[in-house]
Write a protein that binds this ligand. Structure first.
Ligand SMILES: Nc1ncnc2c1ncn2[C@@H]1O[C@H](COP(=O)(O)OP(=O)(O)OP(=O)(O)O)[C@@H](O)[C@H]1O
Length: 341
């Protein structure tokens, strides 16, 4: 049985807007075990990145309030000082961002950027650092590590830059890597290569990966378990096999129906207006998804929706899933699914 590495308990992350604090991540609990890929999926604005940045304590502390617990191997990350957290970031928990061109330093060679992370967290000599950097570049599939080592980020293609980001993220052999939309900025073939690379690295190193994406087809490709987020809350979770085979929440079903290969409906798709509401306009009582499926009458929703375990490990929020049908009954998306790209 794999051991839990990260246990998030009742995490609420609130941001200050004008003079009020509004929860962007609302009472989220999730566990990541070693040797698994956990996906967090949802439309733009659901709180996925806010959750990732909370794990790494990367929010502006003056304008953000965090409540709950983030246990990493027995210590609560929320109670750590800045210097305590600096020892975790990049060493224990690696991070891969969506756009490597902005995440990488344009003025530093690839080799130096990998070595910078090694400098912070290891006591390797200069020659050992170089050796490790070259080995990492080889591990992430860079064809000529010695050449790329000396190059600047702008000299590389998008896919190569993302491989470099991955090499930096795994340089200090972390237990967890958080990958926030790692393939969104890449074209389809390169996307598939990067996903394969992440899968291979995960298998080789047995680390836990938290994969953030708006795309359920990416989830189906690589993840073991999935947490579907809507308006700051987890609305459904389970193994990927279970969620793909038996999605229950209307939102999950809508996301799945928005994948072209899953949609057998040859008619015009039925699109319901609406997007994830902004934090200050979000209804916080009742089912948060109900305004987007107004044809489902109120009494089918719970007043205080909770997560129900429908089969071992498969949880769904609110009772509306029991009676939900797509408005056009043919399975077109119930909502106009937005994405970041
Ligand atoms: N620093 C901040 N201050 C105020 N509001 C914020 C801040 N960061 C995020 N938000 C708000 O919190 C909500 C969730 O944002 P978040 O970026 O986590 O969503 P997301 O699901 O990651 O979307 P995307 O895929 O677009 O990044 C949004 O309404 C966003 O506007």
């Amino acid at each position: 049985m794999n051991k839990p590495i990260l246990q998030i308990e009742n995490l609420t992350t609130s941001f200050q807007i004008s003079n009020e604090f509004y929860p962007s991540v609302d009472d989220v609990s999730l566990t990541v075990y070693e040797n698994e890929i956990v996906a967090i999926v949802g439309e733009s604005g659901c709180g996925k990145s806010a959750l990732a940045l909370s794990i790494l304590s990367l929010h502006n502390t003056k304008r953000t309030k965090l409540k709950g617990k983030i246990n990493y191997r027995g210590q609560d990350l929320l109670s750590l000082t800045d210097s305590g957290m600096n020892k975790i970031r990049g060493k224990e928990i690696g991070m891969i961002f969506q756009e490597p061109l902005t995440a990488l330093n344009p003025l530093m060679t690839v080799g130096k950027q990998i070595e910078e992370n090694l400098d912070l967290h290891t006591k390797l000599s200069s020659s050992q650092k170089k050796e490790r950097a070259l080995q990492l570049l080889g591990q992430v599939g860079i064809p000529k590590p010695a050449v790329t080592y000396k190059q600047y980020p702008h000299e590389l293609s998008g896919g190569m830059r993302q491989r470099v980001m991955i090499s930096i993220a795994i340089a200090c052999s972390p237990s967890i890597v958080i990958a926030d939309e790692p393939t969104t900025a890449l074209d389809v073939t390169i996307q598939a290569q990067i996903l394969d690379l992440l899968k291979d690295i995960q298998k080789e190193t047995k680390l836990g990966i938290i994969l953030i994406t708006h795309d359920l087809s990416v989830v189906a490709e690589v993840a073991d378990r999935v947490f579907v987020m809507y308006a700051g809350q987890i609305i459904e979770t389970g193994t990927v096999t279970e969620i793909m085979k038996n999605p229950l929440h209307p939102y999950t079903r809508s996301l799945l129906n928005s994948i072209p290969s899953n949609n057998n409906n040859k008619d015009r798709l039925h699109v319901i207006e609406g997007t994830v509401p902004s934090l200050d306009r979000l209804q916080r009582t009742g089912c948060r998804f109900s305004p987007r499926i107004p044809w489902i009458s109120e009494h089918h929703h719970e007043e205080h929706p909770t997560l129900h375990e429908v089969s071992p490990g498969h949880f769904v929020r609110c009772t509306c899933y029991k009676t939900f049908e797509f408005k056009n009954k043919k399975g077109g998306p119930a909502i106009n699914v937005t994405s970041k790209s």
